[in-house]
Design a protein around this ligand. Sequence first.
Ligand SMILES: *[C@@H]1O[C@H](CO)[C@@H](O)[C@H](O)[C@H]1NC(C)=O
Ligand SMILES: *[C@@H]1O[C@H](CO)[C@@H](O)[C@H](O)[C@H]1NC(C)=O
Ligand SMILES: *[C@@H]1O[C@H](CO)[C@@H](O)[C@H](O)[C@H]1NC(C)=O
Ligand SMILES: *[C@@H]1O[C@H](CO)[C@@H](O)[C@H](O)[C@H]1NC(C)=O
Ligand SMILES: *[C@@H]1O[C@H](CO)[C@@H](O)[C@H](O)[C@H]1NC(C)=O
Ligand SMILES: *[C@@H]1O[C@H](CO)[C@@H](O)[C@H](O)[C@H]1NC(C)=O
Length: 468
Amino acid sequence: MFDILFVMIFGLSGRVLTKDTDTKGRFSSPVVDVTEKQLIIERNQTLQLNCRGRWEVHWVLPSGVPKVYHGTQIEETRCGKKNNQYCSRLMLSPALAQHTGSYRCRYRQKQRKQASVYVYITDSQQPFVKVQSEIPDVVYMKEGEPLVFPCRVTNPDAKVSLVKFPFHRLAPDYRNIIWNSRQGFTIRSPTFFYIGLFSCETIVNGVKYSNKFLTHRPVNKILDVYLNSTGLVHTLQGQMLALNCTVTAEWNARVSISWTYPQKANGSATIIRRISRSRSNMLFYSILTIPTLSKADRGLYKCHVTSGPSKRETNTTVIVYDQPFIRLKHRDGPVVQASAGQKSFRLTPKLRAFPAPEVIWLKDGMIAAERCSRYHVDGISLVIRDVAEEDSGIYTILTGIQQYGLYQNLTLTLVVNVKPQIGEKTVSSQQPGTVQRGSRQALHCTSHGVPPPQIQWLWHPCPPKGLS
Ligand SMILES: *[C@@H]1O[C@H](CO)[C@@H](O)[C@H](O)[C@H]1NC(C)=O
Ligand SMILES: *[C@@H]1O[C@H](CO)[C@@H](O)[C@H](O)[C@H]1NC(C)=O
Ligand SMILES: *[C@@H]1O[C@H](CO)[C@@H](O)[C@H](O)[C@H]1NC(C)=O
Ligand SMILES: *[C@@H]1O[C@H](CO)[C@@H](O)[C@H](O)[C@H]1NC(C)=O
Ligand SMILES: *[C@@H]1O[C@H](CO)[C@@H](O)[C@H](O)[C@H]1NC(C)=O
Ligand SMILES: *[C@@H]1O[C@H](CO)[C@@H](O)[C@H](O)[C@H]1NC(C)=O
């Protein structure tokens, strides 16, 4: 008794549950009243499709059906037992071969939820969906991607072959060459063989029909991108900035060059483009010019280059100074030391300036380089070769930007240290003479060095006679 009751309750609740999920699951996507995945009708017939769903639906038609076509009719109604569903009927009359394709019914709000049916509209006089125009269609080949000759047909049973001009007939092998009546021919791994003029051909009632294609391999190789100043560009407010981005690419390549820069939103720059060809390459120039720089123009300037899927970029940072300046300071204090005999010595103060100043070095009030052939100026440094004692002295660096009347001087003192030397040692090695006991003897030691050496006398008693 207990058991039966339990089963009844369980059964009931189970049914309610399944019914609930049923209605929820049922129209999660709209439903079209064609159970087969494809439909075949004849030209001039009427195509009629019905779609039903829980929300409003709309139709997406093949590209061959004009957006505004007098033969298209759509009727939308509320339907279902409680009128809580949405129905839409599509009628296309007369249906034409070029209307062949996938008909989709979607929820207006949830576009990914859709039902579709592929409709072939057969026409013995139009076996290909697209009617061949005078000029062949261009098909672009992309590296590493399959090549598709889109010769869709209006009859799924059509026998179509692919021909490379003038007479190379290619049969589908279902490995590399694949035929599909809804797509055309697909070449999975196209080689250079597939560059040229091709046609899809079929014969209906003894009449040959074709769709012609010209394959084209776009050239996208960017060989080099060059910005005429990389790193830092130092400039002054009010001056002009010009950057030249040069792209070298393969012959026949098309590239597009764009810039990003701090004041791009204001459009403060003008950009000029030029193309030139050399025997082996194409050169593309893009020259960005800002006629009058302001502080806001400082920052990163990037030149972006694209050619098909290829991308490259290069950049430079622009520093804009308010005004010209020179800042000159000692690096290690006003007195520097070197040693006599040093191979070379460099006097280098700290200098920051814009624009680059002229530099003159003086030694003791005279132009250093004219004073001694061992002195030469390298950048802003004074280099002294084979340092000697006489190089000690007062050195002055004069810096100036004449254009702006800016000048700065800095003086430093060089002390050349000399190792102490004993003069007598160089004269002769005196033999130890004998002197009379009790006499007065003067011993001389002459020494020189910088700084002046201290002299210290030491006395070593002679070893007792017997020991030597
Ligand atoms: C379709 O109709 C057109 C004109 O209405 C007619 O010329 C053509 O022969 C018809 N085609 C077929 C296959 O019935
Ligand atoms: C840009 O730079 C290239 C390479 O240095 C040069 O050949 C070209 O003349 C420059 N363009 C202009 C307008 O100066
Ligand atoms: C870069 O090229 C432009 C345009 O040719 C030129 O005006 C500018 O002076 C060049 N800049 C450098 C740093 O060479
Ligand atoms: C550039 O635009 C910004 C924002 O629109 C503005 O604040 C700024 O003053 C502009 N700079 C120049 C030089 O026009
Ligand atoms: C600028 O270019 C250099 C190399 O030329 C690169 O290392 C750097 O990441 C680039 N900077 C930016 C911000 O793109
Ligand atoms: C720099 O030195 C030169 C020559 O001794 C002198 O005429 C000039 O007044 C000095 N300038 C400054 C800014 O000290």
